[in-house]
Write a protein that binds this ligand. Structure first.
Ligand SMILES: CCCCCCCC/C=C\CCCCCCCC(=O)SCCNC(=O)CCNC(=O)[C@H](O)C(C)(C)COP(=O)(O)OP(=O)(O)OC[C@H]1O[C@@H](n2cnc3c(N)ncnc32)[C@H](O)[C@@H]1OP(=O)(O)O
Length: 190
């Protein structure tokens, strides 16, 4: 298995000078995103906030539709929430990055109606690889850890989406000035 720990020689992740100030809501990178999109009725509707350095926080309320076992959150849904939270770190670095590898530890069961307090940070950068970690706590940012994850994101260009996405959605995204502006906010030297 390939490591999710930054290798020797990895650099610290750089906060872009134009990154939104700590406390700012980052908004959705794509309206139909399952993790953060407001136009996705079945989505998680995560709202991520910039933190200090390359870090973010978000709150995720576990709903009855997120169940795996009776009254408990599905592990895959929790992993998605962590993935989305770590994925938004690219916004602070002005890079577009996709998940290459992700590992989750499920530490405690998470009942329906729980508000999970999520936090994520970048732990290092090596070439196009961005190493990240995240955790979700129950009952507040100082509460017990219920889930934690480490992930490797790989920096890609906009062509990753335009070359591989279904034409219908790509055309719609390219015709939407808000979407183009948001995509640029992720890019180095927009
Ligand atoms: C106007 C139009 C607009 C559209 C724009 C929209 C704006 C969007 C903005 C923001 C997007 C944020 C989205 C967040 C959403 C939440 C997160 C997700 O769900 S993302 C979806 C799930 N992930 C994938 O679908 C990736 C699928 N995989 C791939 O496409 C490729 O495998 C990719 C890009 C990850 C890597 O392929 P390679 O050919 O580019 O690069 P190689 O050379 O293979 O890897 C580079 C380095 O990374 C390591 N690497 C790659 N994959 C690895 C893995 N799985 N585990 C460990 N290392 C890996 C390699 O060993 C290599 O390392 P060494 O440089 O040699 O040290």
């Amino acid at each position: 298995m390939r490591s999710l720990t930054p290798p020797p020689g990895a650099a610290a992740a750089d906060r872009h000078p134009d990154a939104p100030a700590p406390g700012t809501l980052l908004g959705s990178h794509y309206r139909h995103c399952f993790g953060c999109g407001s136009g996705q009725p079945h989505g998680l509707h995560l709202e991520t906030r910039a933190g200090e350095g390359v870090s973010v926080t978000a709150e995720f309320t576990v709903r009855p539709v997120h169940q795996g076992a009776p009254g408990l959150a599905h592990g895959g849904v929790l992993t998605t929430a962590l993935d989305e939270t770590m994925g938004s770190l690219g916004w602070l670095m002005h890079v577009i990055a996709v998940t290459g590898r992700l590992e989750t530890d499920f530490v405690r069961p998470v009942p329906v109606d729980t508000v999970l307090h999520l936090s994520a940070r970048a732990t290092g950068v090596h070439g196009r690889k961005i190493f990240t970690s995240a955790e979700g706590r129950i009952g507040g940012s100082g509460g017990p850890v219920a889930v934690r994850a480490e992930a490797l994101f790989i920096q890609v260009k906009v062509e990753h989406f335009t070359d591989n996405g279904r034409d219908e959605e790509i055309q719609a995204a390219m015709a939407d000035p808000d979407q183009v502006r948001r995509a640029r906010a992720f890019e180095v030297n927009p």
